[in-house]
Design a protein around this ligand. Structure first.
Ligand code: 3BW
Ligand code: ZN
Length: 270
């Protein structure tokens, strides 16, 4: 049996938001059994739930009563992978989770040794039957399994071409994978008022000749591993650690959210 988990002590992080460019401080407060993951900003508590998703365009953002918390996916993925179920994440200064190095690694490294096992067993979200969502040629399928396995298949228009990666539970295989974009997308992202905090310090930028970043790729298939990390984070908006086999073909936050909503509806009485 798996037990609920929180942190042994308060932990802080500080950094800029990739989209807002705002500097934000995070205070992670330990919480008691059955509290869940809750974001706190300007006195408003926003449970980390599909019920509070307000945007999925280039990030997953939560909101309630006019207060928004942007770009929760990489922190949520880290909490999911660590099995942390009870926590308040307070934001001070800005409204966006700091992007750190673009992956979940700096969150993971800081939190790993501070996880506290609690006394109550955890309730998991078990996929009970096949569920799939699609948009154009992209789709995501969820299949019953007592495991937690996530496959991502991408077809990139650049030299990267087709990449497939399957995560089978080893955190080291995805936690370092950074957010990424193609050089020609930056102008469009900026035109949408996004990516103000984006740089080579926190994003793998890919062009015709490879990575612009000094040091290149952290994994040869870093983009698809990052896509897996995003799905792991978005799935945690089900409010419980998830069990099932997930296969995403060209999915993104919007499709991840659509799948999470479908799964959520099956578990919640209307
Ligand atoms: C670019 C792309 C994204 C930047 C502006 C300038 C520079 C670098 C970055 C984020 C889902 C995987 C990528 N979500 C900001 C964001 C940005 C992500 C979206 C994605 O990881 O597919 O979690 O701004 S896209 Cl030099
Ligand atoms: Zn991401």
């Amino acid at each position: 049996m798996q037990f609920q988990r929180t942190l042994k002590e308060e932990v802080t992080f500080e950094g800029v938001g990739i989209h807002s460019g705002e500097k934000t401080k995070l205070l992670l407060h330990p919480e008691a059994e059955n509290h869940g993951i809750v974001f706190l900003k300007d006195g408003v508590r926003i449970p980390a739930s599909v019920e509070h998703v307000v945007n999925t365009f280039h990030s997953t953002d939560l909101g309630r009563d006019g207060v928004v918390v942007k770009t929760v996916e990489h922190l949520m993925a880290t909490l999911h992978l660590l099995g942390i179920t009870n926590l308040t994440v307070e934001l001070i200064g800005g409204s966006e989770i700091p992007i750190m190095d673009g992956s979940g690694y700096l969150f993971y490294r800081e939190l790993k040794g501070k996880v506290l096992k609690q006394s109550e067993p955890v309730e998991v979200y078990q996929v009970e039957e096949e569920v799939s969502v699609r948009s154009g040629d992209a789709y995501i399928k969820a299949l019953p399994c007592t495991c937690f396995q996530v496959t991502y298949e991408g077809e990139f228009k650049t030299y990267l071409g087709r990449q497939v990666y399957t995560f089978k539970g080893n955190v080291r295989d995805i936690i370092l994978a950074r957010t990424f974009c193609f050089d020609h997308e930056i102008e469009i992202i900026k035109r949408n008022g996004l990516g103000k905090g984006g740089s080579l310090e926190n994003t793998l930028v890919i062009g015709e000749r490879g990575a612009y970043n000094r040091g290149g790729f952290r994994y040869a298939d870093e983009p698809v591993r990052h896509k897996v990390l995003d799905l792991v984070g978005d799935l945690y908006l089900l409010g419980k650690p998830v069990r099932g086999k997930f296969i995403s073909y060209k999915g993104g936050h919007t499709l991840n959210y659509k799948l999470a909503l479908e799964l959520y509806k099956k578990a919640v009485p209307v």
